[in-house]
Design a binder for this molecule. Structure first.
Ligand code: AMP
Ligand code: MG
Length: 409
């Protein structure tokens, strides 16, 4: 048996970000850039007005006030998307909208709230002074042409999507999403639509795993159920090379019909098969035709915890993410917790903010690895180290937040 750290390290050792592909701009949300994005223009592309109002010569209105308004002749109207056709001379102004280009001659904007109009809009009364530069957004204020606006390796969020749109990057280059094969094993499994007969249960793990793959950013391919024999298991596992990653559930312990390990050794190479943890010690890892392979245990929570600890970071690295681990933090136990000293335990828990700051944890239900309801209620896994067995109320332990994304505080 190896430690959780060693298993994690060995699993990640050979994983690299997948090759890049171009995708539509919006489809790049949440993906990782595989090249720098360079702007083809200045943003803003031209000096423009930050307000609806009048473009003026600041010198003309230096002494303007409510009591002594300055009268200016309005020579044209410039809407957003329009372009000025005349320059502004002394005693003149242009009515201008937010985002419209500043006409030559003008060097300040007076917002409409500080003006009145006369002669059907042909004259503007300026009621407040302006200084050169007021309410003018300068060309290149945000981005300069040729500047790198987003670096490779950055995770694309909504603001990055907006930036790429502004600088003309319609098809960003991002790392490909891993295709993950999911294989369930077991003669007892029936489909979700079926009512299980005697001795049968529904195949829930293919679904929880596919959902975990999706929420990690991978593309699940549910290959179906291998029966508990070598031929049926070989038929599905030999398809590994069609995918970037293969995950099986069940059939990896010491049972008479647990054939996954044998088949893995026949088709590929096994790296390790047991990790000193609970739930789910038989976390098998290896490769088949070069494709990383994970033989997760069959119990519904063991399979999910194994995925969280070992498969999710692999999917993230393939996607190009640098942050591979969910946030961890200290929590205070709200009640006594006991465990066997042998292995590291990952206990399903509800973690909430405590009354005096900090975080408080309660187990979210029974901890049998066959129980999924407590996993559903959990927002964290308490990490209880090997060696210790008794954690009285008030003990401070570590937790992994299942409800927080990697790379967040
Ligand atoms: P195994 O590791 O194959 O011995 O399976 C351990 C336990 O998990 C057994 O009780 C199985 O019936 C159950 N199990 C295995 N595969 C699945 C699955 N795909 N969905 C739900 N339960 C499963
Ligand atoms: Mg089985």
């Amino acid at each position: 048996m190896i430690s959780v750290e060693e298993a994690r390290q060995r699993v990640l050792e050979r994983i690299e970000p997948l090759p890049a592909e171009r995708v539509d701009l919006l489809a790049s949300l949440g993906r990782v850039l595989a090249e720098d994005v360079v702007s083809d223009i200045d943003v803003a592309p031209f000096d423009n007005s930050a307000m609806d109002g009048y473009a003026v010569r600041a010198a003309d209105v230096a002494d303007a006030s409510e009591e002594r308004p300055v009268r200016l002749a309005v020579v044209e109207h410039i809407p957003a998307g329009g372009f000025p056709s005349v320059s502004i001379g002394p005693g003149e102004a242009a009515r201008i909208m937010t985002g419209a280009p500043i006409p030559d001659g003008a060097d300040a904007i007076v917002m409409v709230e500080r003006t009145r109009e006369e002669d059907d809009g042909r004259t503007a009364l300026i009621l407040a002074p302006a200084q050169a530069g007021d309410h003018i957004r300068r060309r290149g204020e945000d981005v300069r042409a040729g500047e790198v606006v987003l670096e490779r390796g950055k995770v694309i969020g909504p603001a990055a999507i907006g930036l790429m749109a502004a600088v003309g990057c319609a098809r960003p280059l991002v790392h490909r999403c891993p295709r993950v094969a999911i294989v369930a094993t077991g003669d007892e499994l029936v489909e979700v639509e079926e009512f299980p007969g005697p001795g049968k249960i529904r195949n829930s793990n293919s679904y929880s795993l596919a959902a975990q793959v999706l929420s990690a950013g991978g593309v699940p391919h549910v290959l179906g159920v291998a029966r508990d024999d070598v031929a049926s298991t070989t038929a599905l596992l030999s398809r590994a090379s069609e995918f970037d990653l293969m995950v099986t559930t069940g059939g990896v312990s010491m049972g008479d019909y647990d054939v996954v390990r044998d088949v893995l050794e026949r088709l590929g190479e096994m790296d390790f098969w047991k990790v000193a943890m609970r739930p789910g010690a038989p976390q098998t890892h290896g490769t088949i035709d070069g494709t990383p392979f994970f033989g997760l245990p069959g119990n519904p929570t063991s399979t999910m915890v194994g995925f969280e600890l070992f498969v999710r970071p692999v999917i993230r690295r393939m996607l190009g993410y640098r942050a591979l681990d969910r946030p961890r933090h200290a929590v205070t136990l709200a009640h006594d917790v006991r465990k066997k000293p042998d292995r590291r335990y990952f206990l399903r828990a509800r973690v909430e903010r405590g009354p005096e700051g900090g975080y408080v944890a309660r187990l979210s239900g029974p901890q049998s690895s066959a129980v999924l309801t407590s996993m559903h209620r959990a927002n964290a896994l308490l990490v209880l180290p090997e060696g210790a067995s008794s954690f009285p109320e008030g003990s401070v332990v570590d937790c992994i937040r299942l409800d927080m994304e990697e790379g967040t505080p």
